[in-house]
Design a protein around this ligand. Structure first.
Ligand code: DX5
Ligand code: ZN
Length: 221
């Protein structure tokens, strides 16, 4: 099943609660909300943190898919759990102890996701794939919404998908950055099953944008 994870980085924060309700325009295909946390060190920008996440937790039952673009993410796992994270994805480049981190997430009852920047070889993820529920291929350099999809990402997704299938692994493949209605089919055909979209959901009419993704996904689901 192909699923959408709308990224609130592209939302209008003056009406965030209202926009979260608009995401309910489609029933099944968008069970997640993608929440980008940036620290200004691992990536150049700073986004938002725990107070924003806890307040939106009251507004929606969707799965909180938290993408941590922060150094040493192990420092904050229990705080993110407290404010409502269901899945936490960390960058392999940002931690010295990925295995301990994954174990801690599972002990806390949180699903683990692992990711890398576009310049990091996909093979570096392989030793961890049997331990995680999700692997994220970044299709832009992390740090900002609204960037252009890096075309070489498709080959990276295909390579990862082949490795997952060849080894009988079961983790979801998420792709994040520069995905629009026009290129999402290529991303799905390459092997992704969880699609992050920020600008393509929150730019313009959210209900219509969601319905368009829903119609495209119906062709695959
Ligand atoms: C980039 C973030 C993305 C971003 C995607 O660092 O991880 O989740 O919000 O935004 P769009 O879909 O606008 O590229
Ligand atoms: Zn993200």
């Amino acid at each position: 099943m192909i699923k959408l994870s709308p990224s609130i980085l592209a939302a209008d924060f003056t009406i965030l609660g209202k926009q979260l309700l608009e995401l309910n325009a489609v029933k099944n295909t968008a069970p997640y909300i993608h929440i980008d946390v940036m620290d200004g060190i691992f990536v150049p920008s700073i986004s938002f943190g725990m107070p924003v996440i806890s307040s939106i937790r009251k507004a929606t039952d969707k799965v909180f898919d938290v993408h941590l673009m922060i150094m040493d993410p192990e420092r904050y796992l229990s705080e993110f759990k407290k404010c409502g994270a269901d899945i936490i994805t960390f960058h392999l480049e940002a931690t010295e102890s990925p295995i301990t981190l994954i174990d801690s997430l599972h002990t806390m009852g949180i699903k683990a996701g692992i990711t890398i920047k576009p310049d990091t070889p996909v093979e570096l993820l392989y030793p961890y794939l049997h331990m995680v529920e999700m692997v994220l291929i970044m299709s832009v350099n992390p740090g900002f919404g609204g960037q252009e999809f890096l075309p070489e990402s498709l080959a990276r997704i295909r390579k990862l998908k082949k490795h997952i299938d060849d080894n009988g692994l079961r983790c979801d493949i998420q792709v994040d950055g520069g995905i629009y209605h026009e290129n999402v089919c290529d991303v799905i055909s390459a092997g992704a099953n969880i699609i992050v979209a920020g600008s393509a959901v929150f730019g313009g009419d959210i209900g219509k944008n969601m319905a368009k993704f829903d119609a495209i996904f119906a062709g695959f689901n």
